[in-house]
Design a protein around this ligand. Structure first.
Ligand SMILES: Nc1nc2c(c(=O)[nH]1)N[C@H]1C(S)=C(S)[C@@H](COP(=O)(O)OP(=O)(O)OC[C@H]3O[C@@H](n4cnc5c(=O)[nH]c(N)nc54)[C@H](O)[C@@H]3O)O[C@H]1N2
Ligand SMILES: Nc1nc2c(c(=O)[nH]1)N[C@H]1C(S)=C(S)[C@@H](COP(=O)(O)OP(=O)(O)OC[C@H]3O[C@@H](n4cnc5c(=O)[nH]c(N)nc54)[C@H](O)[C@@H]3O)O[C@H]1N2
Ligand code: SF4
Ligand SMILES: [Mo]
Length: 675
């Protein structure tokens, strides 16, 4: 019998934190995953996946996988048994709670795995009594909060609705790289006659397919939206009916727009007046869909940026109509599941929160209690959290650091205990993303984990037993999965059906807000936000600009004249694949042509990029059509390959407090003489 006959093809799903949440067809042979492909029956994936999805096979089978629990003794890791690791960590938990209180433990995490059961970490920490948690998001926090202020929630149209759009604006979303199935649908829409406009400081691959590419100065999209709104109002193209009946605070918006001239908008955004007027006509020639990305809200003024774009979508009458929408995220997806029950929210006794962005500063300054232990799950803060040098100092200052990981990352290297964790193919879960589409995917366990790797859930179960609340975890995988799906019973979604069909459509609103009933305090779309005011913040729209800019910080700008973007890498989800891409990786520094001219640089030249926070070195690549004075270095790079780029980035919080300011970053650059 040939080897092929032993191979079996199984369906599962991509666990990566990504817009697309794909369905997989995986070939399993001799107890190993040997190939990962796209499921052609999946309504979004339609047989195609990206390189990151295919690389999951390499991740799972890598020789670099962590196989045993490790403990650091005198600066060196030694292998210990699970028994010893769990006993010692449980003892630390007990001791810390007694001496300092449970919030002396910090749970530092991100969302590296979209499995629903990954949220059981919260159940563990709640059962323990409540730890210090991180709030806000490096990823999309400013924009989510902005849409909650405007609409009451952050909802997108379903992917199929794109077919109804006459115009599509891709505003700061690098779709060909980060959201491939939207990219494919855009090409289809274009073939069927839709016009595509791309607004971005970088000439990314979707820009190449656009009817028009509009290059904008980074961080200035809110001002651009204000200029387009000014033109819509001047030309009388606004949707009066919607504004009158379904919005709150329109007068405040008009006053704001009167405070800036079109010429000033053009000068600040570096977009011509003609283009701004043209965009006013595009928005009014309905239906126009706006697909916003997350890059453009990682600025101090990020909340206002998204709010002004929402306002533009609203006044042009594109809210709640097929083919329209202010599409940013789709929280309807995550809101479908029974989170409170899964995480046992009521069990929490103590509570303290650190900002996700400033977790390092907060660790260093915490009192009553100080941080005694950090537990890291589904995250790699040493490469992904801004201002790496402070993050390193903070994590090194804490007596016990426990990292649950698949690989020896920069963060794991700093740990006292490293616990080896399974990959997607080695445990059962279901996967979803609240970013783009509304289908959930089932992922069965396909192979055994190598070495002694165990699931996160197994670790929580073991620790809970040792700490006396084992009954909180006394459920089978089926019982957990059923628990999360309970609210969907009425819609006919059951675990049996999900296991059988592998992909199910959630009962979401396909064209959100079509009834014009918004989830805001006034029930209307709010130009002036009551929620913002209730939170003690400025609920009015403002014409804010980035923090690190010539307007807000002229002396800094004099020293550091270039804007640094650190966008998401093509071949890796954040930091996840760099160690698998080969040891000869070169850090690439992409620059706008004017910077190359000013410094006499050519492709391949070796340069240093720096600011007051840190520096990185790498090789020049000149980007055609990039906005002047703009630099990009892809994020996610490990220390050993010249990273992290977050050595340069600021740990600020966005205007509404919940997002990061990763791209609100000025730097300088110089050529390094290598001979
Ligand atoms: N290949 C790949 N795909 C991914 C990921 C990955 O790491 N790798 N990560 C996933 C995750 S977690 C996320 S959050 C998403 C993010 O998906 P995206 O939002 O598409 O990507 P980002 O890299 O966050 O943002 C980069 C885009 O924003 C643009 N941009 C930056 N600043 C500005 C600005 O001021 N104005 C405008 N108009 N545009 C701006 C950049 O030029 C770039 O086109 O991608 C997901 N998909
Ligand atoms: N400069 C800059 N920094 C950024 C960004 C940027 O654009 N620029 N983007 C930000 C964004 S959008 C995001 S979402 C964050 C992402 O930040 P992170 O989520 O921290 O980044 P990842 O590299 O995806 O992964 C974290 C780690 O989780 C591990 N992991 C994967 N699956 C599991 C699992 O099932 N269990 C456990 N215990 N571990 C697992 C992986 O091995 C990996 O080392 O980064 C942010 N940081
Ligand atoms: S990373 Fe995103 S696009 Fe790639 S396979 Fe996974 S879900 Fe699909
Ligand atoms: Mo993200």
């Amino acid at each position: 019998m040939g080897a092929e006959n032993l191979a079996e093809i199984r369906k599962t799903a991509c666990p990566l934190n990504c817009w697309d949440s794909c369905g997989f067809k995986v070939t399993v042979e001799d107890g190993k995953v040997i190939r990962v492909e796209g499921d052609e029956t999946h309504p979004i994936t339609r047989g195609k996946i990206c390189g990151r999805g295919r690389m999951l096979e390499k991740r799972a089978n890598s020789k670099q996988r962590l196989l045993h629990p490790l403990k650091k003794i005198n600066g060196e890791f030694i292998q210990i048994s699970w028994e010893q690791a769990l006993d010692e960590i449980a003892e630390r938990f007990r001791e810390i709670k007694e001496k300092y209180g449970s919030t002396a433990v910090l749970h530092s995490h991100d969302y590296a795995n979209n499995g629903i059961l990954k949220n059981l970490d919260q159940r563990f920490f709640n059962g323990y009594g409540g730890v210090t948690q991180v709030y806000g998001s490096l990823c999309w926090g400013a924009g989510i909060e902005a849409q909650k202020w405007d609409f009451g929630n952050a909802y997108s149209h379903v992917p199929d609705d794109l077919i109804n759009s006459k115009n599509v604006i891709i505003w700061g979303r690098n779709v060909a790289r980060t959201n491939m199935h939207l990219f494919e649908r855009l090409l289809e829409a274009k073939r069927q006659g839709a016009a595509i406009y791309v607004i971005d400081p970088l000439y990314n691959p979707i820009a190449k397919h656009a009817d028009e590419f509009i290059t904008v100065k980074p961080g200035m999209d809110g001002i651009l939206a204000a200029g387009i709104m000014k033109e819509i109002l001047r030309l009388g193209l606004e949707d009066r009916e919607f504004i009158e009946h379904s919005t709150h605070g329109f007068k405040d918006l008009v006053n704001l727009l009167e405070g800036i001239s079109l010429e000033k908008v053009s000068e600040m955004t570096e977009v011509s007046c003609e283009t701004i007027t043209q965009l006013a006509y595009v928005y009014s020639s309905k239906p126009t869909a706006t697909y916003m990305g997350l890059g453009m809200q990682r600025y101090k003024n990020g909340g206002n940026t998204i709010r002004l774009i929402d306002a533009l979508v609203a006044i042009s009458g594109n809210v709640g109509i097929p083919g329209g929408g202010a599409n940013y995220a789709n929280l309807q997806v995550g809101q479908s599941f029974a989170f409170a029950e899964l995480t046992n929210a009521d069990r929490k006794r103590e509570n303290r929160q650190f900002s996700m962005m400033k977790q390092a500063e907060e660790i260093l300054t915490a009192v009553n209690p100080t941080i005694q232990m950090i537990v890291v799950t589904c995250g790699n803060p040493l490469t992904q959290v801004p201002d790496t040098n402070i993050v390193k100092k903070a994590f090194s200052s804490v007596p016990t650091v426990v990292v649950l990981e698949q690989f020896m990352t920069d963060t794991a290297l700093l740990a006292d205990y490293v616990l080896p964790i399974t990959t997607v193919f080695e445990e059962e879960d279901f996967y979803y993303s609240s970013m783009y589409h509304h289908y959930i995917n089932y992922g069965p366990k396909l192979v055994d984990a190598p070495g002694e790797a165990q699931s996160d859930l197994w670790v929580w179960t073991q620790l809970a037993e040792r700490l006396g609340f084992g009954e909180d975890f006394a459920f089978t995988r089926d019982e957990w999965l059923k628990m999360t799906l309970k609210p969907l019973k009425g819609a006919g979604i059951t675990l049996e059906k999900l296991k059988d069909q592998h992909t199910l459509e959630l009962p979401v609103d396909k064209v959100p807000w079509s009834d014009h009933k918004f989830q805001t305090p006034t029930g209307k779309f709010e130009f002036t936000s009551l929620l913002g005011q209730i939170k003690g913040l400025n609920g009015s729209l403002t014409l804010a600009v980035p923090d690190e800019s010539k307007w807000n910080n002229p002396s800094l700008f004099k020293e550091y004249p270039y804007q640094l973007l650190t966008i998401h890498p093509l071949r890796s989800n954040h930091s996840q694949n760099y160690h698998l891409l080969g040891e000869h990786l070169k850090l690439k520094i992409e620059i706008a042509p004017n910077i190359a001219e000013e410094h006499g640089l050519s492709n391949g030249d070796y340069v240093r990029v720096w600011n007051d926070r840190g520096e990185v070195k790498g090789h020049i690549s000149i980007l055609v059509k990039a906005h002047p004075n703009t630099i990009n270095i892809d994020e996610g790079i490990w220390k050993r390959f010249g990273g992290s780029v977050n050595q340069l980035t600021p740990s600020g919080e966005s205007d509404n407090g919940l997002g990061s300011t990763l791209y609100d970053c000025l730097v300088n650059l110089e050529k390094i003489k290598t001979n």
